[in-house]
Ligand binder design. Structure first.
Ligand code: GDP
Length: 299
């Protein structure tokens, strides 16, 4: 198992097994598994109205905009309301659709206080265009609160389609590089150092940079939250399916541990009772079989 959190627990369970037996070790493992299921991951999505936040929230949770559990898309925000959208299969993972800071008229630090920034593991700042003053203000305030943030430049499929129509010598890689550089330069101009910008189409996460965003989040999250993120992500390519398989395999072997311990215990009991049975048979043979009397020799 790669997760050191697991290794630590396995050691604790071994100690428990030696000190208090199989039942106590199994109870420890079950408590640990419950702890894993309860790890909370809260992801904040912010950006101006129409930037594609709600569509991103839905895509991240693996549901489309028509799904009844979907965040409503294409409507005008007018309030400071924060909407939470739990993952359909992993209720411990929640995406939070935050209003754009421009909607609220609050300075960035007050905005963060009002949305309850402490609860969020990280922020994703979405823009359908080059990042603007509001995005920079919010990024700096998030940094001051010692939280992580990532920039998502959305609707890339639209940019590609538009460029394809308007340029005689269309080159997709060059178009993507131009968009990325443009975003990074705009942010650096406003003193956001080494901004992490990911080009995404929420209509098709397997295209462009979503896999890079996933890898970055996985790398930068605290270790014990990585599998929580991994398992909740949509299956957008083969790589993510493989990673999920590995995460699940390690979970399954841990989940099977109490039964394994119980089976081992039974086997020990069986072998002890088997030994007793054989011993008993031996004793029976020795003492209960009719004693052959020596027939006195004639004469
Ligand atoms: P919000 O106001 O920031 O929550 O933005 P929405 O998610 O409601 O999106 C606004 C509009 O942009 C909707 O009509 C979406 O269908 C569209 N949209 C959002 N993301 C994408 C995308 O990745 N590609 C395309 N082509 N359209 C998108």
């Amino acid at each position: 198992m790669d997760n050191p959190f697991d290794k630590e627990y396995i050691e604790t369970c071994k100690v428990e097994l030696q000190a208090h037996g199989a039942g106590a070790a199994a109870a420890k493992i079950n408590a640990y598994l419950k702890e894993l299921d309860d790890i909370q991951l809260n992801i904040a999505i912010t950006g101006e109205t129409g930037s594609g936040k709600s569509t991103f929230v839905n895509a991240f949770r693996g549901i489309d905009n028509m799904d009844e559990r979907a965040a409503p898309t294409g409507y005008k925000e007018t309030t400071m309301d924060v909407h939470s959208y739990p993952h359909p299969n992993f209720p411990n993972v929640t995406l939070w659709d935050l209003p754009g800071i421009g909607t609220t008229k609050f300075p960035a630090d007050q905005y963060l206080q009002r949305v309850g920034f402490e609860r969020f593991d990280f922020f994703i700042i979405v823009s359908a265009d080059r990042f603007r003053e509001n995005d920079v203000m919010i990024a700096k305030a998030i940094r001051d609160m010692k939280k992580r943030f990532y920039f998502v430049r959305s609707k890339i499929d639209q940019d590609i389609a538009n460029t394809k129509i308007s340029q005689r010598e269309f080159n997709a890689q060059k178009t993507l590089a131009d968009i990325r550089n443009d975003c990074i330069q705009a942010l650096e101009k406003h003193h956001v150092e080494s901004p992490q910008v990911f080009l995404v189409s929420s209509f098709d996460l397997q295209l462009y940079d979503f896999h890079l965003l996933e890898e970055t989040l996985e790398r930068e999250l605290p270790e014990h939250k990585r599998d929580t993120l991994l398992l909740a992500l949509p299956n957008f390519n083969l790589g993510i399916i493989k990673k999920k398989k590995e995460a699940l395999q390690s979970k399954i072997s841990f989940r099977a541990a109490p039964e394994r311990i119980a089976a081992e215990k039974k086997a020990v009991v069986r072998s002890v009772s088997e030994r007793w049975r054989l011993k008993e048979e031996c004793l029976k043979k020795q003492f209960l079989q009719p004693v052959k009397r020596e027939t006195p020799s004639p004469g």
